[in-house]
Design a protein around this ligand. Structure first.
Ligand SMILES: [Fe+2]
Ligand SMILES: [Fe+2]
Length: 290
């Protein structure tokens, strides 16, 4: 029996909702699919391509801004208690026991895995806010949500996301020889560079659920650190990293100059969102099309 129906959103706690909406909605072409004020809370859901970001208005002066949690909807034939119990039996610590949502339209629970990543389970029978097949001029695909690990096998997290969330392996990138045949780079203003050799000590494993993907990222030189937010970045696949870099910087968003990926054959620019969140823009082909 599947416990989970979909990966519902990745959450970012923001200091200034208007500033975040300017980036995700106005500049990147996201569509606001829910805007809810509940008590003191203000939550805005923005869909970019097929993926969804939840922007949570932080309290004034809040220190814990940026990427927060990854949320899953429980399956219709499951429930919040069963799902939370499964997480607990996988060694997760339940940080918010199952309870009614503030709006009273469902139930939720929060929990942390051994690596410190926070997840949310939501049980809401009438949840149907995502627009299927939504196209976005600037974003080809909400490519992945990245979680850093401190273990090359990602064993604990992998077990959780496979067994409890029901995610399936989409792609594992490990050996440089896997990239020698990289051919499907998206059309871009520059020609594709040839594969450039080793990826020293990095393992990137991708797991999918529907149209959503989680990346488990182990970087030998920069493994996950205790007490540091393991949700490392969100990533969008774009037609051209150079064009995106130009567009972002012209619009006052900090971004790094595009550089060739250590995997070779495509370019990456990393932008920093208003609350310090890292947004990776890659101009590679779909993971399946290598
Ligand atoms: Fe959430
Ligand atoms: Fe990534």
């Amino acid at each position: 029996m599947s416990l989970v129906r979909e990966l519902n959103h990745v959450a970012i706690r923001v200091a200034n909702m208007d500033k975040s909406l300017r980036l995700y909605r106005d500049l990147l072409g996201g569509v606001e699919i829910r805007n809810a004020k509940v008590g003191k809370g203000h939550f805005v859901y923005v869909q970019l391509s097929e993926g969804v970001i939840e922007l949570i208005q932080g309290e004034p002066g809040a220190a814990n801004l940026g990427l927060q949690h990854i949320a899953f909807l429980t399956a219709l034939d499951s429930d919040i208690n069963t799902a939370a119990e499964a997480a607990r039996s996988h060694g997760c610590q339940i940080t918010v026991e199952p309870k009614l949502t503030a709006a009273g339209d469902g139930h939720l629970s929060f929990f942390k895995d051994k690596g410190g990543t926070t997840y949310e389970f939501i049980q809401r029978d009438n949840e149907n806010i995502r627009i299927p097949g939504l196209k976005n001029e600037r974003i080809l695909e909400f490519d992945h949500i990245s979680i850093k690990t401190d273990d090359e096998s990602h064993a604990d997290t992998e077990s959780l996301i496979k067994k409890v969330f029901g995610m399936q392996v989409r792609r594992i990138l490990k050996k440089p020889s896997s990239f020698a045949s990289l051919t499907g780079r998206a059309a871009c203003c520059l020609s594709a560079a040839p594969p450039s050799g080793d990826v020293p000590g990095s393992t990137m494993s991708y797991y999918k659920l529907g149209t959503d993907t989680i990346e488990l990222l182990y970087a030998k030189d920069k493994p996950a650190q205790p007490g540091v937010q393991p949700i490392a970045h969100i990533a969008f696949r774009v037609p051209c990293a150079f064009e995106m870099y130009k567009y972002l910087t012209e619009n006052g968003i900090n971004a790094t100059e595009p550089k060739e990926s250590g995997l070779g054959g495509f370019y990456i620019t990393n932008a920093t969102g208003p609350d310090g969140e890292i947004i990776e823009f890659l101009d590679r082909c779909r993971l399946e099309d290598y």
